[in-house]
Design a protein around this ligand. Sequence first.
Ligand SMILES: [Zn+2]
Length: 311
Amino acid sequence: MAKYPINLALPFGILLALSTAINAQSSDSEGPIVRPELMRKITESVYVIPDNFVRLVPNIGIVVGNTAILIVDTGLGIENGSRVFETIKELREDKTIYTTITHYHPEHSLGVEGIGNDAIFIASEKQNQEMQAGDRIKNQFSRQSAANRELINNAPYPIPDILYDDNYKLDLGGLTAQLTSVGPLHTEGDSIIFIEEEHVLFTGDVVMGGIMPSIDQQHSTFGSWKTAITRIAKLSPQIIVGSHGDIGNQTLIDTWDTLISEISGALLEYHASGFSKSQATKELTSVLSQKFPDWRNDRRRMGAAVESGYR
Ligand SMILES: [Zn+2]
């Protein structure tokens, strides 16, 4: 692996500073294109292709064991999946390739078919059910731009080779990946992926650096978010890679705990004061944007939180 030119094991502070610097230059104008040239090594065996803060691009994890490689999330459409596949060719040697997703949304799942013909796709039962019923969000994303439409058009939701219920332990050779279903939170089938030996946790949209929670308004409760955050804290991860936004450390878990408490507390108050949903959404968006000025926030996210809280 030492021959790989971008294997820079950076100290964590520098890594965060770098990611901020890159974010400052990010732009949505090219559409949701994964940029493998930004790939960074974050621990001995874990690489991340950062989302560069572009909408509908996920942070993509690449975990390299002695006998197998695991790819976590794949980008929107086969073209993006192929870019990821190209990127890992130098790391691959004769290793088995596994892919998995943090949740079924198109920018996480629709690149799976681009990751070579013999990659093994692992998903949870819930993720699989959501993919099978997932045309609505595909169409919705397609309608948003010509670039999206082109990426999505020929990309079917992938069919899992391996399905798990709550937990799946994957041996990568000297490295263990623990896949755990923790939803419903952002979707019904949110999963987190823990690389035990290197204390790296991929948290999907369940914990993200610099982005406000995006809550599934129909199924999740603030209690279930709290439970999930407690579960995550128990793993004592040292590096947290959300599926969008900045890479963080353990303090990000406390920040999310605070955020969820603040949101649910504020909604109780608004409800008691007779605020309508739209008043509550407006108020919550403005309060949190003041408290977390550098964090990405919008009324759509807060509207979903209000729907969930008022339900
Ligand atoms: Zn999502």
